[in-house]
Write a protein that binds this ligand. Structure first.
Ligand code: IPM
Ligand code: MG
Length: 357
């Protein structure tokens, strides 16, 4: 039996989560596995009920589960709140609370969607990148931070970009381990020509690499990497980078595939993991049953693979997604001429139907 804490969250979060759970139930029935799910509140949903973006109780529900799943958080309704009470704080708190230091964001071009990409077919065809983003350090959590008044009027806003040896060491290891299961090539991304925290990053990644001589390592500055991702994305296998740079580069990479609605992610610690689609809560389309549930469904597949060691079932879900796309079904965000536009829930049904023992 597998116990999962589910945070549907805000906006389209609950809709896409429902479809991911549909797939999970289907897998359970077909293969006689028991997935016990428990719902908890995060983000705006938690603010509305408890006045805070996450409660200690909800965090413990995640800590006590075998894995957690998250839809999306945030929305205009809560945008005016002070920083500590914003929905995003709940997301950062759960990542930190689970010590989920490694954010795994696969960027894979589905052959059926090549013509949806804003880039040319010959550039994006076959793209298969694994972005490994450090998730609990850097500017996001570094102190001192704040906004303080300046004596002569005006204010000073500041954050601290900071990394320690152990923090870089563990994320570098993750990257090299992943590379061993792939094309054995790691690109470490930093800004070591300017920033001390990046100089340490580069030094530690280089040192850890000595234990992985079978993997090729190269370093790139973040500005160059941003450019290379558009120019020749197929050169990349595993990209390992800091929290801030990874946030930006993963959104950029998502666009290679045509829609952020296709991208799953896993946030892994030493004994906890949280699975979430990379896309946000998309409040503008919430409640209309038109969101793309495939990122959520693929995130559930990642849970089966990484938390439960059910990689064959994970692959079956991926195949089911590809099959549905090959049959010409599309949600609005990936719609193309001649394809059949379907709703969020219908897309969930179509994927579920393809899961069979
Ligand atoms: C992401 C998001 C979050 C981040 C926000 C919502 C706090 O952009 O998961 O990439 O910056 O990490
Ligand atoms: Mg982001």
């Amino acid at each position: 039996m597998y116990r999962i804490t589910v945070f549907p969250g805000d906006g389209i979060g609950p809709e896409v989560t429902e479809q991911a759970l549909k797939i999970l139930r289907r897998v359970g029935q077909a293969f006689h596995l028991v997935f016990e799910t428990q719902e908890a509140l995060l983000g705006g949903a938690s603010i509305d009920r408890h006045g805070v973006p996450i409660t200690e109780e909800a965090l413990n529900a995640a800590r006590n589960a075998d894995a957690s799943f998250l839809g999306a958080v945030g929305g205009p309704k809560w945008d005016q709140l002070e920083n500590a009470k914003r929905p995003e704080k709940g997301l950062l708190a759960i990542r930190k609370g689970l010590n989920a230091f490694a954010n795994i964001r696969p960027v894979k071009m589905f052959p059926q969607l090549v013509d949806r990409s804003p880039l040319k077919r010959e550039i994006v065809e076959g793209v298969d990148i694994m972005i490994i983003r450090e998730l609990v350090g850097d500017l996001y959590f570094g102190t001192p931070r704040g906004i303080e008044p300046l004596p002569g009027g005006g204010e000073r806003g500041f954050n601290t970009m900071i990394y320690t040896t152990p923090e870089v060491d563990r994320i570098a290891r993750k990257a090299f381990e992943f590379a061993r299961k792939r094309r054995r090539q790691v690109t470490s991304v930093d800004k070591a020509n300017v920033l001390e925290s990046s100089q340490l990053w580069r030094k530690v990644v280089t040192a850890v690499h000595r234990e992985y001589p079978d993997v090729t390592l190269n370093h790139r500055y973040v500005d160059d990497c941003a450019m290379q991702l558009i120019k020749d994305p197929r050169q990349f296998d595993v990209i390992v980078t800091t929290n801030m740079f990874g946030d930006i580069l993963s959104d950029e990479s998502a666009m290679l595939t045509g829609s952020i609605g296709m991208l799953p992610s896993a946030s892994m610690g030493t004994d906890h993991a949280l699975y979430e689609p990379v896309h946000g809560s998309a409040p503008d389309i919430a409640g209309q049953d038109i969101a793309n549930p495939l990122a959520a469904i693929l995130s559930m597949a990642m849970m089966l693979e990484y938390s439960f060691n059910l990689s064959e079932l994970a692959q079956m879900i991926e195949k089911a997604v590809e099959g549905v796309l090959a049959d010409g079904f599309r949600t609005a965000d990936i719609q193309q001429d001649g394809m059949r536009k379907v709703s969020c829930s219908k897309m969930g049904d179509l994927v579920a139907e393809r899961i069979q023992s």
